[in-house]
Design a protein around this ligand. Structure first.
Ligand SMILES: [Zn+2]
Length: 294
């Protein structure tokens, strides 16, 4: 999530050196290897093909695998498809567990944001973008603290009117609501530097807490070393719940995406999320759907 403050300001539309350096918009030409078309507000291909491009594994430094992602069948069968009776199922699930609207990105009864800064004629948010916070940065520490370490679970640092994402999930699976999924918000170079305001509202952003360390072979402030595994079971479970909640609000299953895939090839591209295991995400989603169906 590097350059947090600059990108937060850019997302808020405030001109500052760094994030305010907009590259020329190229609406007529698809953007990046996944081919985002600024007119149709989609990447190339059907929903599943888009997901396979947007969920390619992200190596250190933000290098993406060139081959399409191999998605578990259970996830591939959902992407872009109608959600059926997911919303009433989720309502029962949330009520039984006393899970508040704020913990799932807002009320299931409220609409998602729409593209072109909530233009009523534009599509509802179509993409759930997965990030890692790359925070805290542990510098030259030689190990990572355990996942229950308070420093890894502090969410207040992400709060504020310019919170960089919609929802933040710490290592324990607890959440902080930055913005309701109904609020148009941009958090990537693709949105802020290449597409412009048309992208505002098309993407929902979920930040998963992940500490980083400095790679001694790299620059003084690099944050290339991420923990392995990258995320906890609790984070996958909450990410799956957020995906389901957003999809229930849209009416069909959103297209999950990695931040690094959106930014691929764009100056200032980010490298997150590191070590996100799509199989564990899909398994968490299967467990959730099994529970919902009971
Ligand atoms: Zn990110």
């Amino acid at each position: 999530m590097r350059r947090r403050s600059l990108c937060a300001l850019a997302a808020a539309g405030i001109a500052l050196a760094g994030c305010a350096f907009f590259e020329p918009f190229e609406a007529a030409r698809p953007i990046g290897p996944c081919g985002f078309d600024a007119a149709s507000l989609q990447f190339d291909g059907d929903a599943l093909a888009q997901a396979r491009c947007l969920l390619r594994p992200v190596a250190a430094g933000g290098v993406l695998s060139p081959a399409p992602a191999v998605l578990p069948d259970s996830l591939a069968a959902l992407i872009g498809q109608p959600v059926g009776d997911l919303k009433p199922q989720l309502r029962r699930y949330l009520a039984a567990r006393h899970i508040a609207d704020a913990a799932i990105g807002g009320s299931l009864d409220a609409p998602l944001s729409r593209a072109r800064d909530d233009d009523p004629a534009s599509p509802a948010a179509r993409y759930l973008v997965l990030h890692d916070t790359s925070t805290p940065w542990l510098g030259d520490a030689t190990t990572f603290p355990p996942d229950d370490d308070p420093a890894l679970n502090a969410l207040a640092r992400f709060d504020g009117p310019d919170a960089v994402a919609h929802v933040f999930v710490n290592r324990r699976g607890e959440t902080l609501l930055g913005h309701d999924f109904g609020i148009p918000w941009r958090a990537t170079q693709l949105e802020t530097r290449r597409v412009g305001v048309a992208a505002r509202g098309l993407f929902l952003h979920v930040e998963l807490a992940q500490p980083r360390r400095r790679d001694p072979a790299g620059s003084a402030r690099n944050d290339r070393i991420a923990p392995l595994p990258g995320f906890t079971d609790a984070q996958y479970a909450r990410a799956a719940l957020l995906y389901a909640a957003a999809s229930a609000r849209r009416g069909d299953w959103l297209i999950p995406a990695f931040h690094a895939a959106l930014d691929e090839g764009i100056a200032g591209a980010h490298d997150d999320p590191q070590h996100f295991e799509i199989a564990r995400f899909a398994a968490a989603l299967e467990r959730l759907r099994d529970t919902l169906a009971r």
